[in-house]
Design a protein around this ligand. Sequence first.
Ligand code: SF4
Length: 328
Amino acid sequence: MHPGRSDPSVRVHALRLAARAASGTRLPLTTPQNAKESRVDFEGHVIRPPNEADSILLEVTVGCSHNACTFCGAYQLDRFGEKSDRAITLALAEAAEHCRGQPRVFLCNGDALALPQSRLVWILASIRERLPWVTSVSSYASAHNVEQKSDEQLAELRALGLRMVHLGLESGDDATLREVRKRGSAAFIVEQARRVRAASIQVFVTVLLGLAGKERSLIHAEATGRALSRMDPPFVGALTLMLVPGTVLFQRWRGGSFEMPGPRGLLEELRVLVEHTTLTRGMFYANHASNYLPIRARFPRDKARTLAEIDAALAGELPLRPEWMRAL
Ligand code: SF4
């Protein structure tokens, strides 16, 4: 889910805003603003977090191994699979030729960490060999992916260059997680995020405002803040749920069984989330294009200021992002 930065060229995790391509489309290895002439074949939707805008995009899987969250339309049409050795080798050869000067690689797609350890080791070692100037590799991962790896395996991936994973918590409220068919409880996701951190891999955790609907809005916000506090990640991105046509949640909303909080309700949710989030030292972003009130804060230093800003917005003293500017 990755995320939390505003970047109109991408679509992220849960909401998963990212560069998209129809099946078989040829995309640049990099995103539009820094695309060079190199082009490789990408399969399905290619999605990356906003902060990977300058990264070399290396597709190692297609789709998402779970692909069942009711709010997510990111990979609906993609059957999960691994990219072949040949495709990865060709993409690395292209990057070796055209992407010198780009020190980061992002492993696409939905949860590249679903790959078996031996394959991830081969991919990371190949990046080292073919792109020796690369200093950082990152990917999306689910808590379930992480659970499948031992502590030693996570340490091995870190030693081979995996610096960050983008992990969707979405909610700290188990009832909400069950309702949206996210895999695992909040406690499980917190535990797996802590294991990633223990392996010295950074975690960027995303949560979704509005996901619990009007009814559980503030329960979701408080539980999510508490779960984030237990994770204590260096980066948090709070996005706002956008209802995507074709998803189960969109159908529920259309049928009247799911009600989104309005702008004021979402601000109140954000306030409760911030109030209950304690980070030892971390960045809290709610400045994604989907959010009504852009926030970029260093916790714990800026927490009081952030709460004051939200209160000012609730009092009508700060403008909200107009509806037409909000997007995935
Ligand atoms: S884990 Fe859920 S939210 Fe993430 S890409 Fe897969 S289906 Fe979408």
